[in-house]
Design a protein around this ligand. Structure first.
Ligand code: SF4
Length: 222
């Protein structure tokens, strides 16, 4: 195999920027050139946004698995998915050091208080992802022994599937990141301006008010 050396594209620009930086450090840049240099390189933001940016790009998930979904969760740190690309690979063995609880698998009624205790031991701010059908809606094991995660703790993101692929979990974590950064997408609510998703009450003192619940006894949405 023949190896050929080629100049890097944009190498000239890089050299020009280097010289510009040198002039700036020496105090040789003045007037318009200095203004342009500053405008191109200085970024202003708020402390809240900077903190959210740091938090959203460095989740520390708890080392915790419940059932078959946990196998998929474990694989997100492997070479194929490599969640380290986003900064979420540092799984912590103590709730004191973790800020993300991934509920990966079915939750039995016996296990729920244990999970709740782990969640309570995590320091604020903290987030939770419900991974898989079992955890969100009891899935194929929909019986008296299981409980959905929403019933005993707050959940930020639900990842559907049985099991969800590692890609789906990564997608869920990225959606959580958007939420932490305050840039979450509203999806269909945005596309359709949420028109047609509310029930309209036409009687009593709530006349004309749009709400998101059904009338008592109305089972149309059940
Ligand atoms: S959703 Fe499927 S893979 Fe996940 S715990 Fe339930 S049965 Fe297992």
């Amino acid at each position: 195999m023949e190896v050929t050396r080629e100049p890097l594209p944009g190498a000239g620009d890089f050299r020009a920027r280097q010289l510009l930086s040198r002039d700036m450090l020496r105090g040789d840049l003045e007037g318009e050139a200095l203004d342009r240099y500053v405008e191109e390189r200085v970024m202003t933001t708020t402390l809240d946004k900077a903190v959210a940016w740091a938090r959203g790009n460095s989740f520390y998930p708890m080392t915790f698995g419940l059932a078959c979904c946990a196998i998929e969760m474990m694989s997100i740190v492997g070479a194929r998915m490599d969640i380290a690309r986003f900064g979420f690979e540092a799984f912590r063995a103590s709730p004191r050091q973790a800020d993300l609880l991934i509920l990966s698998g079915r939750v039995s009624i016996k296990m729920a208080p244990v999970i709740r205790r782990i969640y309570d031991q995590m320091l604020e701010p903290k987030w939770a992802i419900s991974m898989g059908a079992c955890c969100s809606s009891m899935g194929v094991f929909n019986n008296y022994a299981l409980v959905p995660s929403d019933k005993f703790m707050p959940v930020d993101v639900h990842v559907p599937g049985c099991p969800p692929r590692p890609e789906a979990l990564a997608h869920g974590i990225l959606r959580l990141r958007e939420k932490v950064l305050g840039t979450e997408k509203q999806g269909w609510r945005e596309r359709y301006d949420a028109v047609g998703t509310e029930e309209v009450l036409t009687s009593g003192d709530t006349d004309g008010v749009q709400i998101n619940v059904f009338q008592p006894g109305d089972t149309a949405g059940a």
